[in-house]
Design a protein around this ligand. Structure first.
Ligand code: SF4
Length: 302
C-alpha cells in the first residue's frame, strides 16, 4: 500500500515544474497525506479534480460545472445496509454536488444542490467516522452526488481519522488523472459506476464528453491499485449499445473485479424527457443482460 502511495505521488510530481518539485520534496517533516492535501489545495485554485477541467479558483469562491466552491457540504451520513453484501453496514457520507447531470438521477436533489447540506469540518467528521465504526460500520463510503469535487476535504478527513477502517471511493470515475494519483494508496476499494458503452449515450444522458476513454483509463488505474467493485445499472433499450460493450471490455481488461449487474433502474428526475428511458426494465431485457454476462465469461458477480 505504501509503495503505491509513493508511486502515485511520483506520477504527480512528474507533471509538476521544478519549483513545485523542490517545494514538496524538501518538506521532509510532512507525511505523504499532508503532501497530498497540499497538492489537492493547489489543484483547487485552477480546478481539475475531474476531466471537465473547469480551471476555476474554488478557493476564491468560484464554481465550475459541479457548482461546488472550496467548502464541502454533505446531505447525510448513516449506516447504509443497501450496498453490496460484503460492505454492509457501510458508513455512507453523501456529499452535495456532482460532475455529471444524469437525466435519470435518483439523487438529483443532492447532485443539483437543492439540499444545501452541512459544511464538512474534517476533525468533526473524523469523530463521526469513529462513532459509526463503534456502531458496527465496516468501512467509510464517500459518495454523493459525487465525491470527486470534495477530494481536498476527503483527504483532510482521512488525515484527521485516528481509527483504521477501509476507505471506499464511490464514484462515476470521471476523475482527472491527477485525482487518481492523489487517491492512489489511500483508497482501499473503488465502488465504481460503469454507466455507458459509448460516448454518444454518455453525452446524451449525462452531458459528459469522452466518457469511454476517461473512465476506462481510470478503471485500469484503480485495478492496479486497490480492490474494485464495478456497478453497471442496466438501462432500458441500452443492452446492445451500453451493457454489451461494457461487459466485454471488463472481461478482456479487468476480469477479476467484482461485478454488480443492477436491474433496479427507475425513471427518476428528467427521464420522462427521454421516452426510451421512461420505464423500468422488462423481463426480456434482464434475460438478455444475464446472457451477455454469461457469454463474456464473467464469473465474479455480486
Ligand atoms: S470538480 Fe467541479 S469545478 Fe472541478 S473540474 Fe470538476 S466540475 Fe469543474
Amino acid at each position: 500500500m505504501i509503495m503505491s502511495f509513493v508511486q502515485g505521488l511520483d506520477r504527480y510530481f512528474a507533471v509538476l515544474n521544478n519549483d513545485h518539485k523542490a517545494k514538496y520534496l524538501i518538506a521532509k517533516e510532512k507525511s505523504l497525506l499532508d503532501l497530498k492535501i497540499e497538492l489537492a489545495n493547489n489543484i483547487l485554485q485552477s480546478c481539475h479534480f475531474c476531466e471537465r477541467r473547469c480551471g476555476v479558483n474554488r478557493l476564491a469562491k468560484e464554481v465550475g460545472y459541479c457548482g461546488v466552491d472550496a467548502i464541502s457540504r454533505y446531505a447525510s451520513e448513516f449506516l447504509h445496509y443497501g450496498e453490496e453484501s460484503e460492505l454492509v453496514p457501510s458508513h455512507t457520507i453523501f456529499f452535495i454536488g456532482c460532475t455529471f447531470t444524469c437525466a435519470y438521477c435518483q439523487n438529483w436533489d443532492i447532485a443539483n444542490r437543492v439540499v444545501t447540506g452541512t459544511p464538512v469540518l474534517p476533525e468533526r467528521m473524523a469523530e463521526i467516522i469513529a462513532m459509526r465504526k463503534y456502531q458496527g460500520a465496516k468501512n467509510v463510503n464517500f459518495v454523493g452526488g459525487e465525491p470527486t469535487p470534495h477530494l481536498h476535504s476527503i483527504l483532510r478527513i482521512m488525515n484527521a481519522c485516528n481509527i483504521n477502517t477501509p476507505m471506499i471511493w464511490n464514484s462515476n470515475m470521471y476523475c482527472s488523472s491527477e485525482t487518481m494519483d492523489l487517491l492512489s494508496g489511500v483508497i482501499d476499494i473503488y465502488l465504481a459506476d460503469f454507466r455507458y458503452g459509448n460516448d454518444e449515450c454518455a453525452e446524451k444522458y449525462s452531458n459528459v464528453k469522452d466518457y469511454w476513454s476517461i473512465t476506462t483509463r481510470n478503471f485500469l488505474l484503480a485495478y492496479e491499485d486497490a480492490e474494485v467493485i464495478l456497478r453497471h445499472l442496466v438501462l432500458p433499450n441500452h443492452l446492445e449499445c451500453c451493457t454489451k460493450p461494457i461487459v466485454e471490455w471488463i472481461a478482456e481488461h479487468i476480469p477479476r473485479i467484482r461485478f454488480n449487474l443492477m436491474f433496479q433502474y427507475a425513471p427518476h428526475y428528467k427521464a420522462s424527457q427521454h421516452p426510451e428511458l421512461n420505464r423500468r426494465l422488462g423481463y426480456e431485457e434482464r434475460r438478455r443482460a444475464l446472457e451477455i454476462v454469461r457469454d463474456a465469461g464473467l464469473r465474479n458477480l455480486v
